[in-house]
Design a protein around this ligand. Structure first.
Ligand code: SF4
Length: 457
């Protein structure tokens, strides 16, 4: 579903609405294709600062290759954008100018992430550009009633439909049945945030080439002080998959909280009624509280945890190296390590003797697919959803899917014996061979991984 503010597009929304339920795909494929005839395809192939080296570039046919019937040989024209340069160019641009640039550049393949707080300013800026725009929001199931009412008000005010993303019901069920409704007070918010926020966000972003956030430098002392106005997303993947496939725009990065509020008042923009009760930053009901005058706004979020690591995972790329401990795991309050990954029952958790046995066997009963991972690695986190989905699909197929945590003291062994270069490394142990085959592509979506398995089965 798409959120379109202009009345001229409201009919196209109605036409496509019925077929878009539950999905998060670009609004109008026909429209997109016709646009593709006129413009060379834009790909963001600038690596984020902490990206691993690209091991195997995939070839994506250009729009001209796809649609021209008479072309025998086509040289693909790829517009390469240097987002670090662009961020410098736009450093002094107004939020409206940045928003306009973002919407003009990405059209239907960009969407505003709306949390239900003062980031409604982003919607107002998008509205002011006069361009069509999309808005999505994560409904964690734990929001305040005021926030739901506010969503409704915003939809009516702008004549849009917000594209809500929901967590996976089975995962929420498993978490709550095992640990209760308030486990985040006991062992940190990461696990719950991952299920209720990060995974749905990841799903949403997989249908986009760019997203727009309301991050500001003044919001979090430890994690947001260097937010650029635009960057290659250092954590999440976009439509084409792989590191560098998603661009993140932060049009209000340089604004102060006061500037945002002046703007909202001047433009008569509706605001969440929680703000009048002392809330500044607004998230889930159990994890957000009002702050006192003089307190920093992020002190109202996860107040039982360390002030410098208050990211729910949506903007984890902001967490810098000094916030990581020796083996790279984020310690939220000095004691709680990063939650484990791939915790699905279809994924076998291999110990060191387990993987050593796999290496020794020359004739296995089944083939094995094994990911060498580290829970703190953003790229491992990024592929968690697809790897677990793949594991579920391969149940009973003759291919076992497993994981081996290869950081810390296991790292030298993994580097020497398991071809570990960087995280994640994916290995296929064929049935009749002792030597594992390394997956060299950076495409870690289910179809790409399945093609790799099928090619070696
Ligand atoms: Fe869970 Fe709190 Fe995170 Fe919401 S903010 S997803 S309730 S831990």
């Amino acid at each position: 579903m798409a959120a379109i503010h202009s009345s001229s597009l409201s009919s196209s929304f109605k036409q496509t609405k019925a077929t878009q339920l539950g999905g998060f795909q670009p609004l109008d494929r026909v429209h997109l294709q016709s646009k593709a005839l006129n413009f060379s395809r834009r790909r963001c192939n600038v690596k984020p600062l902490n990206a691993e080296p690209k091991r195997n570039d995939s070839i994506v046919p250009s729009a001209a290759t796809l649609f021209s019937p008479h072309v025998v040989e086509v040289v693909e024209k790829v517009e390469v954008e240097d987002y670090e340069e662009l961020a410098k160019d736009l450093e002094n641009a107004s939020p409206l100018e940045i928003m306009d640039k973002a919407l003009a550049k990405f059209g239907d393949e960009i969407a505003i992430a709306f949390s239900g707080a003062e980031d409604v300013a982003l919607i107002e800026y998008a509205h002011l550009t006069g361009r069509p725009y999309r808005v999505f929001s994560l409904d964690t199931g734990r929001l305040n009633p005021e926030t739901y009412k506010f969503f409704d008000e915003v939809e009516k005010h702008y004549g849009i439909r917000i594209e809500y993303m929901f967590p996976d019901a089975v995962e929420v069920q498993a978490l709550v049945r095992t640990k209760g409704l308030f486990s985040f007070y006991e062992d940190g918010h990461q696990e719950c945030c991952r299920v209720r926020k990060v995974k749905p966000l990841r799903r949403a972003l997989k249908g986009l080439r760019a997203w727009i956030t309301g991050q500001r430098k003044d919001q979090s002392p430890g994690t947001r002080s260097e937010v650029p106005v635009v960057q290659v997303d250092p954590v999440f993947e976009g439509l084409e998959g792989g590191a560098g496939s998603l661009v993140k725009w932060n049009p209000v990065a340089n604004m102060k909280g006061n500037d945002i509020w002046n703007f909202l008042r001047a433009m008569n923009v509706p605001v969440n009624s929680l703000h009048a009760k002392g809330y500044i930053s607004i998230g889930c009901e159990p994890c957000t509280r009002p702050v006192l005058p003089g307190q920093h706004e992020r002190e109202g979020r996860w107040w039982w945890e360390d002030a410098k690591a208050k990211e729910c995972g949506l903007h984890k790329g902001n967490i810098k190296e000094e916030n990581l401990n020796g083996n790279g795991s984020v310690h939220v309050n000095g004691t709680v390590p990063e939650a484990d990954l791939f915790t699905n029952q279809s994924v076998v958790n291999l110990s060191r003797p387990g993987i050593e046995n796999l290496l020794k066997l020359e004739n296995r009963k089944e083939s094995w697919l094994v990911v060498l991972y580290a829970p703190w690695c953003q790229f491992c986190q990024g592929m968690e959803g697809s790897y677990v989905e793949l594991a579920d699909k391969l149940v009973g197929s003759g291919v076992k899917v497993a994981k081996f945590r290869a950081d810390g003291e296991e790292k030298p062994f993994a580097q020497q014996e398991l071809q570990l270069g960087s995280f994640p490394t994916i290995l296929f142990f064929p049935k009749h061979s002792s030597r594992p085959v390394k997956y060299t592509s950076e495409k870690r979506d289910v179809d790409s991984l399945m093609a790799f398995v099928n090619a070696l089965q």
